[in-house]
Design a protein around this ligand. Structure first.
Ligand code: ATP
Ligand code: MG
Length: 259
């Protein structure tokens, strides 16, 4: 990996790039994953490369849902395996969720490499190698494990494709998506969409667990019940607008005006 000085203003974003490039070189991430990361980065710029209030709230709702789920599964793709493998393993242990490798550009070799990568970080069991075509989608994209995603009540799918997100909700699963683009089909289809960078999301969720476990199940269901995904996406768009106005004012040296 290229050595990036820690004081570089784009340190986090350059580090993420290096991790994705390394993922491609090691056969974990697909070449298409590079462009997906690029699209994500553009939206991250628009929210100010930080976790916004609406994203933090969605992360709390998502964590509560994973804690209450009976059969939660965390779906892992090539980008997330390159960016946050250790955090995904930790989250799965803390909420009692299974890990399943689920790829858009699927090859058996890549599924195995990702499973091995997660095991390197302490995962004891990683599903995905015995996936069968159980979703209503064209062949390779339809593959999930019968005892994993297919049986799950709640599925956490960072960086998912819109069609597959729809196929999961058609099976009446509760889908938690992570997608920096609030306009994407995935963000609109999931029940809980987190508009934040996966590099921040999983560690934020891990930090929320101790406080959430102090609450009763009824209180957690209340937090979940009050969540409105469309309103949350509209809030994310509003935060992008506000950030742009701030930057516009900074650029022109003008007094802030309300959008
Ligand atoms: P859709 O098919 O749902 O309309 P899309 O075609 O834009 O969406 P893809 O390119 O298939 O989506 O998937 C990548 C999505 O993941 C993009 O919306 C991108 O913003 C998001 N993304 C990429 N990298 C990250 C990241 N590090 N954190 C969060 N989201 C990301
Ligand atoms: Mg897509």
């Amino acid at each position: 990996m290229t050595d990036i000085p820690k004081n570089h203003p784009r340190y986090e974003s350059l580090l993420a790039r290096e991790k994705i490039v390394s993922g491609v070189e090691r056969g974990i991430t697909s070449p298409q994953g590079l462009t997906a990361q690029g699209r994500g980065e553009a939206f991250d710029y628009l929210i100010g490369e930080k976790t916004t209030d609406s994203a933090r709230h969605a992360e709390m709702v998502a964590t509560a849902l994973l804690l209450l789920a009976e059969k939660p599964v965390i779906s892992v793709n090539g980008n997330t395996a390159a960016l946050v493998p250790e955090e995904l393993v930790q989250l799965s242990e803390l909420v009692g969720a299974k890990l399943e490798v689920n790829l858009f550009h699927r090859t058996p070799e890549r599924v195995k490499k990702i499973a091995d990568e997660l095991k390197k970080y302490g995962a004891t069991c990683v599903l995905g190698e015995n996936a069968e075509p159980l979703l209503n989608l064209s062949h390779e994209r339809s593959k999930v494990e019968r005892e994993g995603i297919f049986a799950a009540d709640v599925v956490f799918v960072p960086l998912e494709d819109g069609d597959r997100c729809q196929a999961l909700t058609d099976l009446e699963k509760l889908v938690i998506a992570v997608d920096l683009n609030p306009l994407s089909r995935t963000a609109k289809t999931a029940q809980v969409s987190i508009v934040d960078n996966i590099t921040r999301v999983v560690s934020n969720m891990i930090q929320m667990i101790p406080e959430l476990t102090l609450q009763s199940e009824d209180e957690l269901w209340e937090i979940i019940g009050e969540f409105d995904n469309k309103a949350a996406l509209a809030d994310a768009m509003e935060e992008m607008k506000e950030h742009l106005f701030e930057k516009q004012n900074e650029l022109l040296g003008t007094t802030p005006v309300e959008p």
